[in-house]
Structures are given as C-alpha cells and as structure tokens.
Design a protein around this ligand. Structure first.
Ligand SMILES: Nc1ncnc2c1ncn2[C@@H]1O[C@H](COP(=O)(O)OP(=O)(O)OP(=O)(O)O)[C@@H](O)[C@H]1O
Ligand SMILES: [Mg+2]
Length: 313
C-alpha cells in the first residue's frame, strides 16, 4: 500500500507544499531503517527520489569520499518513506550466492532455505543497498545485471524463480566511481566491470556545505555554542583541503576529517566538556591518534589557527 508524502514536511527542505512523493503506508515492516536526524541536500534528494520513483531499469550508484553521508542518505530517505532496506557491505570474498541465500540447519536436523538480502529485496519490493560495492570482485557482480533490468531472479539452489516486485531497487555506494582508486587511500577498491557500471545512474556525494554541517552538528550537540560549531566546521574544511585525496590533489595529509569524523569530534567534545582542553583532547580521539606524529602536529596547528586562544592542549 502506497501513500503520498509532502516533500517539504518529510525531508525538512524548502519546497512548494504541492510537491509530493510516493512512499509506503507506515506498517510494522522490520526492514524499514530507524529514522535519525539527517540534513538533506536538495540536489541529492531530487536524484534519489527520482530514482526511487522511476528507476527505468537503472541502479543508483552513490560515490564520494569516506564519511560524506552516502549510506545514511539512502537509509534516511527510506526511513521517511517507510521503504524496507537490506544493507550489505561489499568485500573481496562476497559472492552472489551470499546475496541469494543459503540452506541452514534448523531444529530437528532438517535443512531449510533462508533467503538472502537480494532475494528478500527483490520479492518484497525493498531496496538492496550494497555499500562499498567497489570492493566486490567484479565477476561476482555481473550476476546482478539482469536483476537490475527487472528480469526474474533464479535461485539455482532451490529452482525458485522470483518475479521482481515493482518497488525493488538496487542502490550501491562506493568511494570510487568504479574505475579503481588512483589515490591508493581506499584499500581493496577494485576496478569494476563496464557493463555492470553502465547500468547505474551516478550521484556524487561530497562533504556538505558549511551551513549544512553546522545544522547537522546542532542536531548532535544542541548545547554547543554556534561559534564553536562554526570553528569546528572550518577546521574540518581546512583539513580536507590539505588532505592528499582532496579536491586539488596537492595536499600532504593522509587522514581527513569526514562528516562522520566531525560528528564524532563534536560528540566527544560534549562528553568531555568540563576538561580544560576538551577540543584538542577530543580531536585526538576522533582523528589525530590515527595520524603520523607530524601530521597530528599539523592538524593541531590548523585547529589552533582557527580557534585562537580557545585552543588548549
Ligand atoms: N547530511 C547529514 N546529516 C546528518 N548526519 C550526517 C549527514 N551526512 C553524514 N552524516 C553523519 O556522518 C556519518 C557517516 O555517514 P555515512 O555512513 O552515510 O557516510 P558514507 O558516505 O556512507 O561513508 P563511507 O564511504 O565511509 O561508507 C553518519 O552516521 C552521520 O552521523
Ligand atoms: Mg557508507
């Protein structure tokens, strides 16, 4: 059962009241992700909603740097539209068979077929969300080609043929756009098969604009003064600029402060707010303990420049 949702109310963005999107009627579906605060960006939302509404035989591939909000964008759109999601994380040994399902020993010693995430999503009209798809062996993914196009899913192990539900959608996320990772920062990323990639629409999800990161931090740490949030966002953006994988590629840092890292930093600052050096102490735990000592020093210098006298180590 479907119902229409107001885009402005559902996603908290500026849109005419007449703009609606179709979603599912709320039910007890356990596969609908839990709703969490998420700051939606209009252009990304437009692409995701257009895809969910009318995929036209395509999958959707979200690409962008680590921790930019790709996985959570898909999950949080689905949460608000009551759309079931089966999420899997790709790795080098993931096989198509893992997605189809397996025979398992049940009580009484009998073997019973248990549907895997792909089979469930195809049959129930849910989203199959393959995270880190660029780490999967390309040969395994070719098996998904026909399913993206809406052809029936055949389970060789049981002989069952599953006719795709009209609301089944395939969404993938990855740090590369499928052409491998020239920066060498993302381990295990493999160049994907062209015929497979050709079946996807691409959506690039970079780090949010400062005003959006300010907003999402306000959700996580409502008590934090606006000036502190603004400085944290500024530090994050400066780190991103000198990060080797960054926009112009001229950087010198091998770690970066993603939106995920920024959120972690802010939550830690709130936890340790009574410590005299809460900002630096938390930044170490959120990011810089993972960096080389010289890089840690460089990052602290960036933060000190931004925070001025508020920065204590
Ligand atoms: N627009 C946003 N609004 C609110 N929180 C966000 C937003 N974008 C990112 N976040 C925060 O950042 C975290 C990481 O986001 P997410 O897991 O979606 O990143 P990702 O792009 O899938 O990263 P990876 O490439 O490492 O898988 C989220 O759990 C959330 O806390
Ligand atoms: Mg992800």
């Amino acid at each position: 059962m479907m119902q229409s949702y107001s885009i402005a109310d559902t996603f908290g963005i500026a849109a005419p009241a007449s703009m609606k999107v179709e979603g599912f009627v709320p039910s007890q579906n356990p596969y609908v992700p839990a709703q969490k605060p998420y700051v939606f960006r209009k252009d990304h939302l437009r692409d995701v909603l257009a895809f969910l509404g009318f995929p036209n035989g395509d999958g959707l591939y979200l690409t962008g740097p680590t921790g930019s909000g790709k996985t959570s964008l898909v999950e949080q759109v689905a949460a608000r539209l009551q759309w079931g999601v089966h999420a899997v994380t790709g790795h080098g040994r993931l096989e198509l068979n893992d997605l189809l399902g397996q025979f398992m020993l049940v009580e009484g010693g009998a073997m019973q077929w248990i549907d895997g995430p792909l089979t469930l999503a195809v049959g129930l009209g849910h989203v199959l969300l393959v995270n880190e798809i660029d780490a999967v062996d390309p040969a395994e993914l070719i098996g998904l080609n026909e399913i993206v196009e809406g052809k029936p899913l055949l389970l060789p192990q049981t002989g069952a043929v599953i006719i795709p539900h009209p609301k089944f959608r395939l969404v993938a996320t990855g740090n590369s756009a499928g052409a491998g990772d020239p920066s060498g920062l993302y381990q295990g990323v493999l160049r994907q098969n062209l015929s497979f990639l050709d079946r996807f629409r691409l959506l690039e999800v970079g780090y949010p604009e400062p005003e959006d990161e300010m907003k999402l931090l306000a959700n996580v740490v409502p008590g934090m003064p606006e000036t502190v949030r603004a400085s944290m966002v500024k530090v994050a953006n400066q780190i991103r600029k000198v990060f080797i994988g960054g926009q112009d590629g001229s950087g010198m840092l091998s770690v970066t402060l993603s939106t995920r890292g920024l959120v972690r930093w802010a939550s830690l600052v709130a936890t340790f707010k009574n410590a005299p050096n809460a900002l630096a102490y938390s930044l170490d735990r959120a990011l810089t303990f993972r960096a080389e000592p010289s890089e840690r020093e460089a990052i602290h210098r960036i933060a000190k420049d931004v925070f001025g006298d508020d920065w204590q180590v």
